[in-house]
Design a binder for this molecule. Structure first.
Ligand code: NAP
Length: 504
């Protein structure tokens, strides 16, 4: 089944065309024309979202859960066409798109179950103490309430799970917040078919159409107008440090500043502890290479840096990683811009004093091959850019003398989405030595695994100190991510019957 996009925006239930057009740049097949978004459309979508908030924000948890379940069903009805347009636009393989679709629908259903349980409301109650001296205490109740319309910027590297009806949208809708999506220009057709699914769910559930709009991009003024619109109360974003920071700054400079939940960049360091290195260094090296090239390295949790001791055992890890990377086939990157950013990132390492190239490759057009570099602690500490994310399959090994060096390096790291320890039982003391630093630097610390692969569940944290995210108290994956779009309200002495129904 071939999906032919019509190229329009979805504004509060209406498919709307604009005169200017941009062409998609698919990895395979012919480009399609899409309407360019405008600030006027942003204004219309935000006004409709605000109007919809008065009913949707106060809707029952069951009504919203049914809506989320129905979006999942409507996405599944279009499964084949979604995979077809998704693979065409992004170059990602069919199996990946199918897996990502299941993750997306699973996420929607998880949020439906989460709000049905009421866990997100975090209800608290302090009974009245009328006889308390010297002053009586009133009755106080607290509950989390939705904040209002939310803007979502889809991610290029997750065209389904972090885009139009991805995690940010699912969390916001579950909370009771209408959503205005700025479609990613790397996959506008995939965005359109997912918007069709949301539209169908809105109609069949009888939800106000202003609850969801999709505005295709084409020009940067769409995103800028969206984050600055006075009716938008928060932003969910996954993308580059430069783009995310620009939008974050716009949010902070508004007359009414709003939270910008950006997930920006991370190099996800791995620390290989001595016993694990002695027992299975080569195995860890091969596993690292596999994680590094997964999805052409275009994962935010891609483990770009491995910290390992000098000497023969460390050499065995590096040799195994190099052999596995050498055997890797070229992979298609998501966009030409990302492929050229990968080449620029690699150029930073080539010829850098104190950095040896263990494997260098030439990547042409939109394809990428892995690259592997090695350096020592002092060089790493003296060159900030070696610790910056290169989006793609590029690995850096930092050779150190021992545990103290590992601690020193960890202390200098910027915020990370993840940090990994490879350890055996004899490494427990070393792990306890590093953990207080790693937990301060990363949103997720893991042992004996690879950080690519983010479970969508209650305990997941996909965030971390800046620049991993712009708001270190938040996660963009898992049920806790709903808290980004909720606000605690205290109700003092408000009588039963007047209180929100969720207190019942
Ligand atoms: P991006 O360039 O930051 O774009 C993300 C979204 O923000 C797009 O919708 C884009 O609009 C919009 N945008 C970016 N800068 C803007 C600005 N100044 N004003 C208004 N809107 C703006 O990210 P990307 O295209 O997805 O990927 C590019 C790079 O991002 C990659 O090379 C990689 O370094 C990084 N990346 C990181 C992660 C991660 O998880 N850490 C994930 C994906 C990408 P347009 O659609 O018009 O471009």
């Amino acid at each position: 089944m071939t999906f032919a996009p019509h190229g329009k925006h979805l504004i509060a239930g209406q498919w709307v065309a604009t005169s200017a057009q941009f062409k998609s740049e698919p990895a395979h097949g012919s480009p399609h024309a899409f309407c360019v978004g405008t600030p006027d459309l942003v204004d219309e979508a935000c006004k409709q979202a605000e109007e919809a908030f008065w009913s949707f924000g106060a809707s029952s948890r069951e009504d919203r859960a049914r809506f989320l379940d129905t979006i999942a069903e409507e996405i599944e009805k279009r499964a084949e066409a979604i995979t077809e347009i998704g693979t065409r636009e992004t170059g990602l393989p069919e199996a990946r798109l199918n897996g990502e679709r299941s993750r997306t629908t699973g996420q929607l259903k998880l949020f439906a179950a989460h709000i049905r349980s009421g866990a997100h409301l975090d209800i608290r109650k302090d009974e009245a103490l009328p006889d308390r001296q010297p002053l009586p205490r009133p009755e106080l109740r607290m509950m989390q309430r939705p904040i209002g319309p939310v803007a979502v910027f889809g991610a290029s590297n997750f065209p389904l799970a972090f885009s139009t009806a991805g995690g940010d949208t699912a969390a916001a809708l579950a909370a009771g917040c209408p959503v205005v999506v700025k479609g990613h220009s790397a996959h506008p057709g995939t965005g359109e078919i997912i918007a069709e699914a949301v539209h169908a769910a809105l109609k069949s559930c009888g939800i106000h159409p202003g609850v969801f709009s999709l505005i295709q991009g084409g020009k940067r003024d769409v995103g800028q107008a969206l984050v600055q619109h006075p009716l938008i109360k928060a932003v969910g974003f996954t993308g580059s440090l430069v783009g995310g920071r620009a939008l974050f700054d716009l949010c902070a400079a508004r007359p009414e500043p709003i939270p910008f939940f950006g997930e920006l960049g991370s190099v996800n360091p791995m620390f290989v502890l001595p016993e694990a290195l002695a027992a299975r260094g080569a195995e860890i090296g091969t596993g690292w290479a596999g994680s590094l090239i997964m999805g052409a390295g275009q994962f935010c949790t891609n483990p770009g840096i491995t910290v390992v001791t000098k000497g023969a055992q460390g050499d065995a890890l590096v040799t195994a990683a190099k052999a596995a990377l050498e055997a890797a086939a070229p992979q298609t990157m998501l966009t030409e811009g990302i492929a050229s950013a990968y080449r620029e990132g690699k150029a930073r390492f080539d010829g850098c004093a104190g950095v040896s190239a263990l494997l260098t490759t030439d990547s042409k057009e939109r394809s990428a091959l892995p690259n592997l570099y090695e350096t020592e602690l002092d060089t790493f500490l003296g060159n900030h850019s070696l610790g910056e994310e290169v989006f793609g399959p590029l690995g850096l090994v930092v050779r150190v003398s021992g545990l103290e060096d590992m601690l020193h390096l960890a202390k200098t790291l910027e915020g990370q989405l993840t940090a990994t320890l490879h350890m055996d039982s004899g490494d427990r003391d070393a792990a306890k030595f590093l953990l207080p630093v790693l937990e301060r630097k990363a949103g997720r610390v893991l042992a004996n695994g690879f950080p690519t692969g983010v479970e969508v569940c209650d305990a997941m944290v996909h965030g971390g100190p800046y620049p991993a995210s712009t708001n270190f108290g938040a996660t963009s994956v898992g049920t806790l991510s709903i808290r980004r779009f909720l606000r605690p309200v205290c109700y003092q002495n408000i009588p039963e019957g007047v209180l929100p129904a969720d207190f019942a």
